[in-house]
Write a new protein. Structure first.
Length: 246
């Protein structure tokens, strides 16, 4: 099993997970892909490297072995490297699963998991800023609600959180996978923590993700809990949405 390329924060997160009977979702960036030169959006055609494939499978196996959970649901960006990451993680989980993991990967086609589509209202207005500012600058502008053609940051984050809530495991011991991109995760974490700036050190590495779960019987009244880089956070969805100007 090869986890050398796994961000160390992910192993730290295992110890902070709730008791095994509480379902959780791992909202993660895809595994290690081919490298692109430049500061803009990575091309949709970039594939996982051989090391990235090995890592995804090993991480899937490790997750099941050390959390005693079952992958009950899986959603993914339609970009191939995300789909491949999900499939390989499930393959790894299958190696030691005590119960059957899902083999169905639900491809989210309406843009919520594709960079930067989940936050865009008018791509024609927003695209020039992405090219000009690069991924980091673009997300910093987005979290400050300073770009045309974009959703309000809170509205954009709530849309993704509601998707995760609706695909969250329903049974005890459940684990759901949600595989997406660095821009989506970076923006969400910044807005959820009520920050207005992120730098390169805040940026999610490949195969780095956030564990999330919800307390409450409906999304609008729920409390979100999440683990990111060794720290446990929580957020009232109702209070979060009330921060958005009417």
């Amino acid at each position: 099993m090869s986890l050398e390329l796994l961000p160390k924060s992910m192993l730290q997160a295992i110890d902070l997970l709730p008791e095994a009977h509480i379902p959780v979702t791992l909202f993660t960036r895809h595994s290690v892909r081919e490298i692109v030169v430049g500061q803009g959006l990575a091309g949709y055609d970039l594939q996982l490297t051989e090391d990235g494939k090995i890592l995804a499978q090993a991480w899937g196996k490790y997750l099941i072995e050390h959390t005693h959970r079952v992958i009950q649901h899986c959603i993914s960006s339609p970009i191939q490297r995300c789909i491949d990451t999900a499939a390989l993680m499930i393959q790894g989980a299958d190696q030691i699963a005590r119960c059957s993991n899902t083999h169905h990967i639900e491809i989210i086609q309406h843009g919520l998991l594709v960079e930067p589509g989940s936050f865009v209202l008018d791509i024609q207005q927003a695209a020039p800023y992405f090219k000009e500012q690069g991924a980091l600058g673009f997300i910093n502008s987005f979290v400050n609600n300073a770009l045309p053609g974009m959703k309000h940051p809170i509205a954009g984050v709530v849309d993704v959180l509601e998707l995760i809530y609706n695909t969250h495991p329903q049974q005890a011991g459940g684990l759901s996978l949600a595989v997406s991109h660095d821009t989506i995760i970076a923006a969400m974490l910044t807005v959820m923590r009520n920050q207005n700036y992120l730098d390169k050190s805040d940026w999610p590495e490949m195969m780095e993700g956030v564990f999330v779960w919800f307390e409450g019987d409906c999304f609008a009244q729920s409390v979100l809990k999440w683990i990111w880089r060794g720290e446990l956070h929580q957020l009232s969805i109702q209070e979060f949405q009330q921060q958005k100007p009417r």
